[in-house]
Design a protein around this ligand. Structure first.
Ligand code: PLP
Length: 378
């Protein structure tokens, strides 16, 4: 008989043990405990959260739903509301516990050992996680000017490729692909390969740059569009997102979906948030102003950044004796009570820090801390 190790962890599949854990933005409460700071003195611009909080309509809906929390949730109403808003059949919509959940569902359905997924260098961290967890192979395509190189991605598709992940705009680079580029890509991808178009930041795009990917689903039933209530709608803590896709794809996603994956409060809050166009407009305006403020601050500090179409921006720190400074500056900022996101490691951007656009006073405090850390206080 073969000797079986006593340790169950050693028997976990090698592809699971090889996963590098996700590094979330540091919570305010954790930094407060570590440094003995008041939570109010800390500025967190690390997780692309909406600095305005959530829509007051969503809050009211949550309060109204509290007496019903002993009931299991029902996805029907939110699905119907999204269907009406987007003029889509309900059967083409799948709800997720955050859009992260939908990325995992796509991976569960279409990936596995002996299959591969294609995604870009510097793309969203969940693509490698979802791929690796299924024992599938990652084909990581080098970025072009920090953005997705769609021509190279199309060429990188191999015989065993079943999924391509694209984030538009991408996190953490903030880069964006045009509708023409995306459509040209869709025409090149073999029809048996699923293309996930992750539009987590879609609501931040100015009207003149926005595009209607829904219209492409008819010609490309291999397209899966994902969106979220976590960013512009300000509901990150509730976890709710949705996918738009072909009905047959939706049917498969629903088979691996946990039966009650989106909770009651998330459903009613998202339902209310969807109708609060005013809140989304305010969010967009605040983001535009905040982005200008951060860019102006970086310019004054002599720093470069990657022009961003999201609610965050990757700022580049000059090297010291050839060595990248992202990690060191991140640590120094923490001591000033400023939390941003280091993007060395898995994102392979050790010279950058990702900064979420905050309220004007938060942006100002962050820029002040950055100036101090860089020895450029005026
Ligand atoms: C934040 C983000 C998501 C998903 O967030 P959820 O909270 O799970 O909806 C998906 N894709 C990208 C690119 C993101 O930045």
């Amino acid at each position: 008989m073969n000797a079986i190790p006593n340790d169950p962890c050693e028997l976990a599949p090698a592809h699971i043990r090889a996963i590098a854990p996700y590094q979330p933005g540091k919570p305010i409460t954790e930094l407060a405990r570590e440094l003995g700071l008041e939570p109010e003195s800390i500025v967190k611009l690390a997780s692309n959260e909406n600095p305005l909080g959530m829509s007051p309509k969503a809050r009211a809906a949550i309060e109204a739903a509290l007496p019903e929390l002993h009931r299991y949730p029902d996805n029907f109403e939110l699905t119907q509301a999204i269907a009406r808003r987007l003029d889509m059949p309900m059967e083409a919509i799948v709800l997720g516990n955050g859009s992260n959940d939908l990325l995992e569902m796509v991976a569960s359905v279409f990936l596995g050992q002996g299959r591969s997924a294609v995604y870009s260098q510097h793309a969203f961290a969940v693509y490698p996680l979802a791929t690796q967890a299924r024992g599938a192979r990652s084909i990581v395509v080098p970025a072009k000017d920090y953005g997705h190189d769609l021509d190279a991605m199309a060429r990188a598709i191999e015989a065993d490729t079943r999924v391509v992940f694209i984030a538009n705009p991408n996190n953490p680079t903030g880069t964006m692909l045009t509708a023409d580029e995306l459509q040209a890509f869709l025409r090149k991808v073999p029809p048996h390969v699923v293309v996930v178009l992750d539009e987590a930041y879609n609501e931040y795009l100015p009207d003149e740059l926005n595009y209607d990917s829904r219209a492409w689903l008819g010609r490309h039933p291999n397209l899966v569009i994902t969106r979220t209530f976590s960013k512009a709608y300000g509901l990150a803590g509730l976890r709710v997102g949705y996918a738009l896709c072909d009905k047959r794809v939706a049917d498969l996603l629903n088979r691996v979906r946990q039966p009650f994956n989106v909770n009651n409060l998330a459903l009613v809050a998202a339902r209310a948030a969807l109708d609060d166009a005013e809140f989304v407009r305010k969010t967009q305006a605040l983001n535009r102003e905040g982005m200008r403020q951060l860019e102006e601050g970086f310019r004054k500090l002599g720093l470069a950044w990657i022009p961003s179409y999201g609610n965050f921006v990757a700022v580049e720190l000059p090297r010291t004796d050839g060595a990248s400074q992202g990690a060191a500056v991140y640590q120094k900022l923490l001591r000033e009570g400023g939390i941003v996101r280091p993007v060395g490691g898995g994102y392979e951007m050790p010279d950058h820090l990702r900064v979420t656009v905050g309220l004007p006073e938060e942006n100002a405090r962050f820029l002040q801390a950055l100036a101090k850390v860089l020895g450029k206080e005026s």
